[in-house]
Design a protein around this ligand. Structure first.
Ligand code: FAD
Length: 521
């Protein structure tokens, strides 16, 4: 079976395809139900001082204001996650420029209207939706590469960035999902297949332009508002203002790139996960990998996959100790060279698609990708799991079918280390700098699976892994997480609160898990 046939087989089972983490690869998965029982986005604000004159705002914008009466409204309000389809904004501003964003902020502030910033619309918590004004920057999506840097509009989608920069011979490390927006990704960190070599997306951020709560447009850089730049390097989207553009430092496209995928029988799951964790410290920063425990109803599989900046021969030698440590033979093994752009399309779940096809139809008329209904939890491991921890992970995944017979579930361990951990925890707002792996537990549902059952599995899996893990990734934002301030931001929380109080003292940019203006709030 060649790689293409294999990908088709795995996709048919509902498993993640390619070598990216489950949600990154599941951008193309179809989900069919829209649960009515799920929580709605809890964005709040002071009550309006009087009815907002939306026509006045519409008339002041270069972009469009979409109101509930517009035929475009039902489509324009949707996020990637179908869970939030029941939330109805009062208006959606499709901003065309930083000035439009400023006008929206001024209007909302003076009328007491709640706002939510939206870029790619992939917030796990639905925090880019509000019943007030959605300030959407998706059409501010220009991508302008220079020799070793690029200015990127806050609404650009990852696949467009990889395509434009890749054709200019340049790499920005970032996530796999093609339709994630650069703003949410960068502001919360940005985990991807080149991060062990080049750092997180936010580590490559040099400056950004951002509209603050008072309507001013400022540049945050090492020279100007350095605390704000620090906070925007992992302090989370939606907290400090609305970013309108970013400037990143970039890296040259690697001369050699290789991909791999190795599957083993489920009976070897704890052996594989244990061997993978023991193998991680010895591999070079050029090698990123993950270990995925995947369930589609009663079908279970364990897979290690990854991306290597180097030749397939060298990659084969690096994999040999892992494979010999596992014991049972793989049921599938692929190791091979790939071009940079093909690799990014494969990681995106878009192998064989054109750039236009690798989008949602709402973003591009040629788009063939679908939205999804899912929930997720995350954590980190700072050392290899004990035998009890390995068994807890495998048992948690295998228990999925007891909660819902057709549940699509995954526990994915993404390798950290390398350039990610070379940065001090206090050097940027992204504090998780001592992990060997980040964990993402995900449940997706469609017809035949009740969302509540999927959520019960997710809680049980997170509880089972709790004794062995720490923290949570702020970009996998989790509305059900109790201790979220410390889990996302740890020792950086106090400084983030100070920055918030200085740039947004009235807590204008507020949602259920936004940074507060004081620690007592
Ligand atoms: C299918 C899928 C795959 C993913 N894969 C990865 C991955 O590989 N690596 C990874 O690190 N993450 C990944 N993520 C998580 C992703 O990084 C976060 O969900 C991110 O916040 C999404 O950004 P967005 O702009 O698309 O979302 P949005 O929903 O638009 O925004 C997310 C948050 O940022 C705020 N925000 C949006 N625009 C702005 C702005 N211009 N200024 C200020 N705040 C703003 C929003 O208000 C919201 O709070 C994935 C998510 C999904 C759904």
């Amino acid at each position: 079976m060649d790689r293409r046939q294999f990908l088709r087989r795995a996709g048919g089972l509902g498993f993640a395809v390619g070598s990216s983490a489950l949600l990154g690869a599941s951008c193309s998965r179809t989900a069919s139900s829209t649960p009515s029982t799920m929580p709605t986005s809890p964005t709040t604000s002071a009550p309006p001082a009087g009815p907002p004159n939306w026509a006045e705002l519409a008339g002041s914008l270069a972009g469009r204001l979409v109101l509930p009466s517009s035929p475009a409204y039902q489509g324009a309000k949707l996020l990637y996650n179908e869970q939030f389809d029941g939330i109805d904004p009062a208006a959606i501003a499709m901003c065309a420029s930083a000035s439009d964003v400023q006008r929206c902020v001024d209007f909302a502030r003076s009328h007491g209207v709640a706002v939510a910033a939206r870029s790619g619309g992939h917030s796990y918590g639905g925090y880019s939706l509000t019943t007030g004004l959605v300030i959407d920057v998706a059409s501010m999506a220009s991508i302008s590469p220079a020799s070793s840097s690029a200015r990127i509009g806050a609404g650009a989608r990852l696949i467009d960035i990889y395509d434009t920069l890749g054709n200019a011979g340049l790499v920005l490390p970032g996530g796999s999902c093609p339709t994630v927006g650069i703003a949410g990704l960068t502001l919360g960190g940005g985990i991807g297949v080149f991060d062990r070599l080049y750092g997180l997306t936010c580590d490559n951020l040099r400056s950004l332009e951002i509209v603050l709560a008072d309507g001013s447009l400022v540049t945050a850089s090492a020279e100007s508002h350095p605390d704000l730049l620090w906070a925007c390097q992992g302090g989370g989207g939606g907290n400090f203002g609305i970013a309108t553009s970013f400037e990143f430092g970039l890296h040259p496209i690697p001369a050699d790139l290789s991909l791999f995928t190795v599957d083993w029988p489920w009976a070897a799951a704890t052996d594989v996960l244990g061997a993978w964790m023991s193998w991680l410290p010895g591999v070079p920063d050029e090698l990123w990998s993950n270990c995925q425990l995947l369930a589609s109803g009663p079908s279970l599989m364990v897979r290690v996959a990854g991306v290597f900046v180097g030749t397939a021969d060298t990659l084969g030698s690096l994999l040999a100790p892992l494979e010999s440590a596992v014991g049972p033979s793989p049921t599938y093994r692929f190791v091979g060279p790939e071009t940079y752009l093909n690799a990014m399309f494969i990681e995106a779940g878009c192998e064989g698609k054109t750039l236009g096809e690798c989008h949602l139809p709402s973003e591009n008329p040629q788009g063939t990708l679908s939205r999804s209904a899912y929930a997720s939890k995350s954590s980190f491991v700072t050392e290899a799991l004990s035998p009890a921890g390995l068994a807890a992970a495998a048992d948690a995944l295998a228990s999925g079918a007891q909660f819902a017979p057709g549940l699509g579930a995954a526990i994915a361990f993404d390798s950290y280390g390398g350039a990610i951990n070379a940065v001090a925890p206090s050097a940027t707002a992204f504090v998780h700098r001592n992990a060997i792996a980040g964990i993402q537990m995900s449940a997706s549902w469609g017809s035949g699976t009740e969302p509540a059952d999927a959520m019960r599995w997710l809680s049980a899996a997170a509880a089972a892994l709790g004794p062995y893990t720490t923290g949570a990734y702020q970009n996998y934002i989790d509305p059900t997480l109790a201790n979220w301030q410390h889990a996302y931001y740890g020792a950086n929380l106090a400084r983030l609160v100070k920055v918030k109080a200085s740039v947004d003292p009235d807590d204008f940019f507020h949602f259920a898990q936004s940074i507060p203006t004081s620690l007592a709030a």
